[in-house]
Design a protein around this ligand. Structure first.
Ligand SMILES: Nc1ncnc2c1ncn2[C@@H]1O[C@H](COP(=O)(O)OP(=O)(O)OP(=O)(O)O)[C@@H](O)[C@H]1O
Length: 303
């Protein structure tokens, strides 16, 4: 179980995490969601005692990480799958970790089996694909058979098989009664495997709700998706017209507070050639965009 209370982290003038309180419970997959730079990794580093909070606390099973008697048996984490010595084999890496934590060698074989690494465990890590590296990171996290597991962006960059595997793994870990806490910047990804989501933006809590509650909130949330040859000019014109606009990684804009017709008309006025224009039904993604609209790139001054 992870409990954060008024957790705050400042770096100079940047407040990365700002009075954040939430709980991740046993038997539950808790998704930790927020746009890039929202403070997810900083929060996770504080859970593991890698950063000291400026204020507030974050506890694992009621204790600070530094006070845990057997940290690897209490919480297993994968924050950066690339943090393994490249010249080592997966087996050697896991064995070294196990030895320094009084974990039997038989558990190394177990986690290699659990993560499907049998056929590559004898190969040097430097030859691993991203997916294999993620599996190794997860194997290391599971080594101590911990009651809590925490993964930072576990599906980032994985192929569809890897994504499916992680989804079913986290569901299984929660079904065994473990606390599962995983971050993502993609709502649709978490919607498929999380029971509840803690949403943050600019270090602050925006929502702490079940996926069903968020879906309920998003009902009727009108969203227009548009892709044009001049996204910046269109975004600025739409914001001036009172809409809330979010830039998407694929170059499209998500626009709220307006209609398809209005977006088409504004695009015409600013001379942006429309490549794609559609109204999207209420969705979890829409609820998420609405929640985080204060913490993203394009934003109307007065809403
Ligand atoms: N060591 C540091 N020194 C200064 N600023 C930092 C440091 N670590 C993080 N930050 C800042 O704190 C904010 C939160 O960063 P963080 O990496 O926790 O966000 P995130 O939600 O994990 O984002 P991403 O998905 O991009 O990793 C950002 O503005 C970041 O630039």
């Amino acid at each position: 179980m992870i409990t954060a209370e008024a957790l705050t982290k400042r770096y100079g003038t940047t407040t990365a995490v700002d009075g954040l309180s939430f709980t991740a419970d046993p038997g539950t997959v808790t998704g930790f969601l927020g746009p890039n730079g929202a403070g997810k990794s900083t929060t996770m580093r504080m859970v593991l005692g890698l950063e000291r909070p400026t204020a507030g606390t974050v506890l694992v099973d009621g204790q600070r990480y530094a006070d845990l008697e057997a940290p690897l048996r209490t919480i297993g984490a994968m924050l950066d799958a690339r943090s393994v010595h490249p010249g080592r084999t997966a087996f050697r890496h896991l064995l070294a970790l196990a030895r320094t934590h009084g974990i039997p060698r038989s558990r190394v074989d177990e986690v290699i089996g659990l993560t499907g690494l049998e056929s590559v465990a004898g190969r040097r890590v430097k030859g691993y694909s991203l997916g294999m590296g993620q599996r190794l990171g997860i194997a290391a996290a599971l080594l101590g058979d911990p009651a809590t597991v925490m993964f930072d962006e576990p599906v980032n960059g994985l192929d569809p098989d890897g994504v499916l595997w992680i989804r079913s793994l986290v569901r299984d870990l929660a079904a065994e009664g473990r606390t599962v806490f995983l971050s993502s910047h993609l709502m649709h990804e978490l919607a498929l495997c999380a029971d509840r989501v803690v949403v943050i933006g600019r270090g602050r809590l925006l929502a702490d709700a079940t996926v069903a509650e968020l879906l309920e909130r998003s009902r009727g949330a009108g969203l227009v998706r548009v892709r044009t040859t001049a996204p910046d000019a269109l975004a600025q014109a739409l914001v001036r017209a009172g809409a809330v606009v979010t830039g998407r990684p694929d170059g499209a804009l998500h626009v709220r507070g307006t209609s398809v017709e209005e977006v088409g008309a504004v695009a015409g006025r600013v001379g942006a050639t429309v490549l794609e224009l559609a109204a999207e039904a209420g969705s979890l993604e829409a609820a998420y965009l609405e929640l985080t609209s204060g913490s993203v790139e394009y934003q109307a001054g007065a809403r």
